[in-house]
Design a protein around this ligand. Sequence first.
Ligand code: PLP
Length: 295
Amino acid sequence: MFDRIAQTVSYQTLTLDSPVQITIKRLDQIHPHISGNKFFKLKHNLLEAQKQAAKKIITFGGAYSNHIAAAAYAAHLFGFESIGIIRGEELADKPLNHTLSKAQHFGMQLQFFSREKYRQKDTEAFLQQLKKEHPDAYIVPEGGSNALAILGCQEILTDDDRKNYDVICCAVGTGGTILGLIEASSTHQKILGFSALKGEFLQKEIALKTTKSNWKITDDYCFGGYAKTTVELFTFIQNFEQQYQIPLEQIYTGKMLFGLLNLIENNHFAKNTRILVIHSGGLQGRKMPFSDSNQ
Ligand SMILES: *Cc1c(COP(=O)(O)O)cnc(C)c1O
């Protein structure tokens, strides 16, 4: 079922004034509502929920979460009810933003939790209580990152992707996607992750979950932290979109491409390096404060 709804993904090689080659794998095209890496992260989770004869999907996210938007639609498509537990109880009294109203439109029931309560979401006690309240539910963690998500993300790379590229770049949030890519990569390849969050903790967490060492995560291009932006970043995105006709967003893919082009400018890569960039989608959360009114 999941594979049947996948649309064709294109590869676009950028014309660069540089001795390295960048090709973008447009996972943003895989599905209009289950976009990018979230398609791969949700796939085996929903198949498993079906196998367990669950009636309902429960998952977690922030107010702008691409995962929440994708999970709402995927659950709807599979005939599950869905509950989205959203960080921030203050949001309950406000009009829903674009992401949340879309999720609700697809039938997701939204529950707003205080930050304190939300922080408990991975604890055994919390999960047990949730299961007691919803015995017919299948629970997907925040960002969708669990073992089945990593399994799904291994399917992002094809045999040709393993053969034809030296470096694979992706944006990193919770790390599920990069773990799949690392596992699926060929040993001659390097996986380079651009963190959307500040800090070394991801590097350490990922290292615990893989035995491979052909990867690296940098937070040099997180622009100060998750969802933080600058005029420079928006200007970059706008120029990039105009030049290549490839849409980006400001949380993940915009920062990754800013970082990658910066590394290339600083001669970080050897001549003729063939780089595959995973466009992980997320365009439902795209915001362009001074170029259009999409908020
Ligand atoms: C969720 C998301 C990521 C991060 O994926 P993780 O598996 O959490 O690291 C990257 N890019 C986009 C567009 C996303 O929506």
